[in-house]
Design a protein. Structure first.
Length: 280
């Protein structure tokens, strides 16, 4: 065994490989990596090679990760990954100084997905995650694996450094699979309707004269679509969907589910009107 926790191999999104100098050749993938006591410590998965043959660098999936995946397959028939809803990056020396940190261990949150588990838990852009479920966080790859291997619905405590002070928040993880499915469904709905929406920020509200209003802003309308034929235009504010007030993009898509005909209340300038859209 040469190293543990290798995360930059480029094979998959979730990497935590054991690096080994044991001979691994094409066709060996899926076989066990055995230690000197005869114990299986990993599953051989890849090699680094410029020629296609063995060059002394191989990679194996750690046995604890294999066991976790095995248990999920037995219990659920598929892998269920936890989802927190943050974009993260590694802490460099320069970032450590900018955020007044004593060490580079941990990960920096660069963005938080609206209405995600992270958002509901109170995590913010600029927080530095140093602990997850009472375990220290080493780097982005390590943190990504920790979250993914936690079952959806699990309540976890996350330790962060915010403005130089330690803070602990509690998050209930969502499901990565459900998040990806929702994203696909939303993309399909946008294609059917022919327009896209975005959150109404304070700057956009001032720009379009919607101060004090709540809703979602139409950002684009495709030509030759139901949206264009109904008179929708970029810059219009959608106040209601099917008589339900919407305050975010998430509420907008949720209000559409299962509808073939949609009633919108839209505002453009000082005037509001109802518009009916047929979902193709």
């Amino acid at each position: 065994m040469s190293a543990k926790g290798r995360t930059t191999v480029g094979i998959t999104d979730y990497e935590d490989f054991i690096q080994t100098d044991a001979a691994i050749n094409p066709g060996n993938s899926g076989g066990p990596l055995i230690n000197m006591k005869g114990q299986a410590v990993g599953i051989n998965s890849a090699i680094f090679s410029k020629s296609g043959g063995y060059m002394g660098i191989g990679f194996a999936i750690p046995i604890n990760m294999v066991k976790a995946i095995k248990n999920q397959l037995i219990e659920h028939g598929k892998v269920q990954r936890g989802y927190l809803g943050v974009s993260i990056q590694a802490l460099t020396e320069d970032l450590m100084k900018s955020f007044h940190l004593k060490e580079t261990q941990g990960v920096l949150i660069s963005d938080v997905t609206k209405d995600s588990a992270a958002d509901k838990a109170g995590l913010r852009r600029g927080d530095v995650v140093v602990e997850y479920d009472h375990k220290p966080v080493k780097d982005p790859g390590h943190f990504r694996n920790m979250v993914a291997l936690t079952p959806p619905g699990t309540k976890v405590e996350i330790g962060v450094i915010r403005s130089g002070k330690k803070k602990v928040v509690t998050a209930v993880l969502g499901s990565l699979e459900e998040t990806r499915t929702a994203a696909v469904n939303e993309k399909q709905l946008v294609e059917k309707l022919g327009f896209t929406v975005q959150e109404l920020t304070e700057d956009l509200a001032r720009q379009f004269g919607y101060e004090g209003k709540t809703g979602v802003l139409i950002s684009q309308v495709a030509p030759g679509t139901p949206a264009q034929f109904a008179g929708l235009r970029p810059g219009m504010l959608i106040l209601e969907v099917n008589r339900k007030q919407v305050k975010s993009v998430r509420e907008f898509f949720d209000a559409f589910r299962g509808s073939k005909s949609v009633l919108l209340l839209v505002q453009y300038g000082p005037y509001a009107r109802y518009v009916i859209l047929q979902v193709q």
